[in-house]
Write a protein that binds this ligand. Sequence first.
Ligand code: ADP
Ligand code: MG
Length: 253
Amino acid sequence: MFSSHAADIAVRFIHVSKIFSAAGSRVAALCDVSGEVPRGSVLTVIGPSGSGKSTLLALCNLLLTPDGGEVWVLGREVRRWNPPDLRRAAGLVFQRPAFVPGTVLDNLLLAARLHNRRAADPEAYLSEVGLPADVLLRDPRELSGGQQQRLALARTLVNDPEILLLDEITAALDPSASRDIESLILARRAERGTTVLWVTHDWEQARRVGDYTWLLVAGRLVKAAPTPQFFENPPDEQVQRFWGGEPEGGKMS
Ligand code: ADP
Ligand code: MG
């Protein structure tokens, strides 16, 4: 597991733990997680609600800091990164994007400005995510769920991130819109070698888009394998137990 050359690794988790204290009790959101994501690969992360998936992504761009262990992104431990630079390099997209009041254009320009970039050609950003130029002056809230998610991606891509952190970005979309988003991300990866850490509830999606897949259960990385092996038929007991207890994700075919 640790044989690969450091330069070939986009993200490395080394004995990572994250503890939350809430209402007097302590929750280990992540517990001794170690693993690495090769550059240019798509890692899909699955697991029940509350298993630490979002926490794992948040550690990669300093929305959270680890309580134990280290998280290395593009060859540097996250706490040695300047946060804006790190967030430019590792862009996070959520399930339900939030937009500032105003137009699609306002939102793109703001994203660019926040990162000291000029959105030189906003229409180009839109076409990259398959949105027509005529949405530029519309209110993002009028767009369909799929279009909003495309806009959220466009806003992140303004920074040309080397790493995309995707947190259940298709969970609110219908299957056809989800597939479109998948194609978009995979095209981007093919074109630019973008590394993708993709948290998803949908194990069919994890199987479709992943090169590697991790299963988190109660903050522990209980299974990590190249995606075809991960989902080998029949799925092993651990995977089956997980999907058995998680009907909304468990579309066993
Ligand atoms: P997932 O994304 O897999 O649903 P999360 O990473 O969001 O899981 O959460 C993992 C655990 O950490 C859960 O038990 C959750 O309640 C807890 N947790 C997450 N964020 C916080 C927080 N800011 N404060 C307290 N507990 C939190
Ligand atoms: Mg989550």
